[in-house]
Ligand binder design. Sequence first.
Ligand code: 13P
Length: 259
Amino acid sequence: MNRKYRNTVIAANWKMNMLPSQVKAYAGELKALTAQSKWCDIVVCPSFVMLPAVHKAFRDCRIGTGAQNMSENEKGAFTGEVSAEQLVDLDIHYVILGHSERRQLYGETDLTVNKKVLAALNTNLRPIICVGESLLEREMGVTAERVTLQVKSALSGVPLTKMRRVIIAYEPIWAIGTGKTATSAEAGEVCNNIRAIIRNLYGARTSRAVTILYGGSMNAKNARELLSQPDIDGGLIGSASLSPSEFAQIVDAANQDNA
Ligand code: 13P
């Protein structure tokens, strides 16, 4: 982390877990456990059906709410889709885009992700853009190329003035939900590369200000070590975010490091 230049963000990606009836208890516990959190922005991203309840539950504190996906289209005949404007109307501030599960299971391409990023930035939403290589790509030694392609295509057409609202999450696919974490050095190196790409595209000042997260089996035990890397500014947490106490311990780790 480097708090001098950018915000630390710890975000929960609940994926398709939790029930609307569980939101109140979760929020009560998380609020109590993170009341002292000073240095990090906390975001909770539930399924669409729970967005209003989560937003309401955190209305009286600084914990933000995010969606896990949205349509690249503005409005109209797109049955089953949710637009950026609809999220903004609910006062939602963040949206996860291009998660590897969306790319692998629902056929999202770099082009779709780019359209969604542009649509999100056309409103006040802050996109959390997920990138990351597969196990095969890592073994073939093409991690840097894969991640560079994903970052550059996601940012195609994004103007300098909107870049500071962008958050990038490096999530190696082989580390998601597997219990295998990238070593802090491996994760730090890729996040450093991502910042270098942003520097080439937008200049040093902007690249210093962009928050880059790590995601993939991050938990209360390994958070501190991962967050000690200068270019890892927070985490996107799946399984470990389903327990308010474990998630709060990750928030603690992010608050303690004085980098
Ligand atoms: P896990 O923390 O369960 O590995 O999931 C990471 C992730 O995909 C967050 O978006």
